[in-house]
Write a protein that binds this ligand. Structure first.
Ligand code: ADP
Ligand code: ASP
Ligand code: MG
Length: 613
């Protein structure tokens, strides 16, 4: 009987009215009639959680900051789901389908004590099984948990967390399938509400889905994808709005995961890092003082690609503190290539740098890239900070930082790279790979859609950029800064350091990064403090940014992908303020009002609006 257990999750819109709740009940009853045991997870009705947030914000005149306020926040927000589970259970009973609802406390969904962003440790399946074995449907409240069966403190998993409840239940119950029902027919190449030409994907890898989800595609909570990947859950995203007749023709999108590895620890608390890699075949090129106007990155990387050079990491940041107050704003663009291609790349960079009047073009062949990777890093900002700390303690300076959901890489001096990898291996308890990881080959056969380098694009218009000017360039500054931010639970993305300048005669860098808008005020206040301690020149923030990103697991194997992205933006007249890449994604920061036009331009440029294959 166990093999036919299905977990179905219905989001806010899907249970947004009595009529919709009735339709969900029909679908659940239909699944039961097909011979399955069903556990249903539901969100709060419609925008109920937003309404509750507004009420609390009116009282607090802002977001909760103290532990006491965060506790009450969870107490309040968890009520939304308690309404919808009861209504759905009633609707099922009315259809003659035996059903009952349960809160997280009644089921026993145990989480960490972190209010507003708790992680699931364990789910007790005893009561669920008891009811399932009696032929009942159990409707479970999503998004909530409790700290312990004795203490019974209510926690929530973070906005959008019902998806995570559903996938975690599928793991605990060893369900055959977890279906996420939402208001669109599945995962699209981008948000179909923002780009009407977006196309439905029949399949996407969990690695790609994780990046998209973390880069603004809120269709799945990133942590639900993490759990699905770690435990090999059969996960599907489908529409709850399709009629039940002919539903087999609307199977939505399958999220494909590699075979699971054995895991220890709580459901969401496995080892964060499972590989440490060292890539010595790297050379770094930097163009200092590049004019800040549309089209520059496009031209540079087009010519680099035309010379047959494959670029690895690219970072571009605005110099916040130009040499003279009257100076024009300018950027630094830094990138890495394999050493055998360094000379060719340098010749192109020098030529363009000269034409653009750059202050300097620097090549450094004595660098290497060390990386930590693992699915368990998602939503745990402390892991990157720990990496920086380990490197700082070994006295190793960070030249470039690149982050994705599953990987953090640092470019360091070649002579210290071996030490860096060993120190990281020891700290994260894994044996480092001391050779270059293989670049995936361009897939030649199989699903033709897989031959596309870019699988999806995403827009995140809810980020702010924080910059710290003139941070002394010595080991440990990044570790200290990002350690403090992580300790405050601030999720940092897209970290960029400018190239070395001088402040009071001391070598220094500007550091910029993006954070979720609602954390910007806290991040800025903390940075002010840290800037004072480190004797940096100052802090500024920019709340009018948007981040557009392209994602594709096989992107590395296709030269010129980044150039195509920059060209699409240049042709749309959009200026790029920051660039950050990793193997699986390229993100650009642009003005917020250009976010949607940027998304549309990129979607078109990669042919995502065309039938695949
Ligand atoms: P639910 O309430 O069911 O959890 P969400 O609003 O959280 O629904 O997620 C569904 C929404 O995600 C869709 O309405 C769509 O606008 C948005 N979305 C963003 N990116 C994508 C994408 N790549 N594919 C599908 N939907 C997306
Ligand atoms: N109701 C919660 C929210 O709106 C959880 C969810 O819908 O997934 O964030
Ligand atoms: Mg959602």
């Amino acid at each position: 009987m166990q093999s036919s257990l299905i977990v179905q999750k219905y989001g806010g819109t899907s249970v947004g009215s009595i009529e919709r709740i009735r339709a969900v009940a029909q679908r659940v009853a239909h699944t039961v009639r097909q011979g399955h045991q069903v556990v249903v997870v539901v969100s709060a009705m419609g925008d109920e959680t937003d309404r509750l947030v507004e009420l609390a914000e009116q009282i607090l005149e802002g977001s909760p900051t103290t532990p006491g306020q965060q506790r009450e926040w969870d107490m309040l927000l968890s009520t939304g789901e308690q309404v919808s589970i009861a209504l759905l259970a009633l609707a099922l009973q009315k259809l003659g389908c035996p059903a009952l609802s349960m809160t997280a406390a009644q089921v026993g969904i145990l989480t960490t004590r972190d209010h507003m962003r708790a992680r699931i440790l364990e789910i007790n399946t005893e009561r669920l099984r008891y009811h399932l074995d009696r032929g009942e449907v159990v409707v479970v409240a999503g998004f909530q948990g409790i700290t312990s069966p004795v203490e019974l403190e209510i926690t929530t998993l973070g906005r959008g967390g019902s998806d995570t409840t559903a996938v975690a239940l599928a793991v605990a119950l060893q369900a055959q399938l977890c279906e996420i029902y939402t208001d669109v027919p599945g995962i699209f190449t981008t948000d179909p509400r923002k780009v009407p030409e977006a196309r439905l994907l029949t399949e996407i890898t969990s690695a790609e889905m994780l990046e998209l989800a973390s880069l603004g595609a809120q269709v799945l909570h990133p942590r639900s994808v993490e759990i699905a990947r770690n435990y090999g859950v059969n996960l599907r995203v489908r529409s709850s709005l399709q009629p039940l007749q002919g539903e087999e023709d609307h199977l939505g999108t399958l999220i494909v995961s590699p075979p699971p590895r054995p895991r220890t620890g709580g459901i969401e608390m496995g080892l964060a890092v499972d590989t440490v890699e060292l890539d010595r075949d790297q050379a770094k090129l930097v163009l200092v003082g590049v004019p800040d106007r549309p089209g520059i990155a496009a031209r540079l990387f087009q010519e680099i690609a035309a010379a047959g050079v494959n670029v690895d990491l690219i970072l571009q940041s605005l110099q916040f503190s130009p040499a003279a107050p009257s100076a024009q704003p300018s950027n630094d663009i830094a990138f890495t290539v394999s050493r055998s291609q360094a000379k060719v790349a340098a010749a192109v960079a020098q030529q363009i740098g000269w034409e653009l009047g750059c202050a300097e073009v620097v090549m450094d062949e004595a660098v290497a890239k060390v990386s930590i990777a693992g699915v368990g890093m998602i939503g745990r900002p402390g892991i990157a900070a720990q990496m920086f700390q380990v490197l700082a303690e070994a006295g190793i300076n960070l030249q470039m930082i690149s982050m994705s959901e599953m990987k953090v890489s640092c470019v360091v001096a070649a002579e210290r790279a071996g030490d860096a990898a060993l120190a990281l291996g020891e700290a994260f308890q894994v044996i480092p790979h001391l050779h270059r990881p293989e670049t995936p080959l361009v897939p030649q056969d199989g699903d033709p859609a897989r031959r596309q380098p870019v699988r999806g694009v995403a827009l995140d218009a809810k980020q702010s950029r924080i910059g710290i000017r003139k941070v002394p360039d010595r080991p440990g500054t990044a570790a200290y800064l990002f350690g403090q931010l992580a300790a405050a639970g601030i999720i940092v993305d897209t970290i960029i350091q400018s190239q070395r300048g001088y402040h009071n005669g001391i070598p220094s860098n500007d550091i910029a990064f993006t954070v979720p808008q609602e954390q910007a005020a806290a991040a800025e206040a903390l940075c002010q403090q840290v800037a004072g301690q480190l004797q940096a020149a100052g802090v500024d923030s920019d709340h009018a940014i948007a981040k557009v990103s392209i994602v594709g697991a096989q992107m590395e194997a296709y030269p010129g992908v980044a150039a195509r992205l920059f060209t699409a933006l240049a042709e749309a007249g959009i200026n790029i303020e920051m660039i950050a890449t990793s193997e699986i994604k390229v993100s650009c920061v642009v003005r917020r009002e250009q976010g949607i036009p940027a998304l549309q331009a990129i979607h078109r440029a990669f042919g995502l609006d065309q039938p695949q294959g």
